[in-house]
Design a protein around this ligand. Sequence first.
Ligand code: ATP
Ligand code: MG
Length: 178
Amino acid sequence: MATLFLMVGLPGAGKTTEARRLAGRHRAVRLSPDEWMIPLFDGLEADGKRDVLEGRLLTIGLEALRAGADVVVDFGCWGRDERTAIRWLAQSAGGACRMVYLPVDSDTQRARIAHRWATMPHETLPMTEDDILDGHAHFEEPDAAELGGRILDAPPPAWADWHAWAAWRWPSFAWQVP
Ligand SMILES: Nc1ncnc2c1ncn2[C@@H]1O[C@H](COP(=O)(O)OP(=O)(O)OP(=O)(O)O)[C@@H](O)[C@H]1O
Ligand SMILES: [Mg+2]
């Protein structure tokens, strides 16, 4: 069964670094939106461009998974609903989902962000202290049950299923459940 690796963690936690390693090891398709945001839009986040980009990346990722390829989804996925939706979609595509959570303490996080800016500015979106604090305020840390893949919550009441929720969250998402 093909596997969708779902990277989870705060900025600078090391997700893209680990995503590259996993992609090499499993010969997986790696979907890292920053690498598209920078050449397409100079990294500018206005007008929900990232959500639209991620919807297309998720669509192609699920098609690849259904075709039998391993896939690494490197979106960050701070929200539990985002993670549950992607797990549900991976299952619908006939694949497995493995969540890869990379915890990081604040000092290490800031040191890694500074190191990245110093060594790879062309691959890096600038990150302010406000961005870092925003992450700390909004990140929903996965608990042991979620990491173990033992539970799959129902979608919020306004949505019939996780497919509908994903189409709301990522407006360009277009993959159909088979
Ligand atoms: N395990 C590690 N030990 C030391 N340094 C690391 C480790 N993992 C990543 N780094 C370094 O930390 C910096 C940030 O890593 P990376 O870009 O992979 O983080 P990220 O989680 O993808 O961040 P973002 O959410 O901003 O995309 C890079 O300079 C990287 O080389
Ligand atoms: Mg990254």
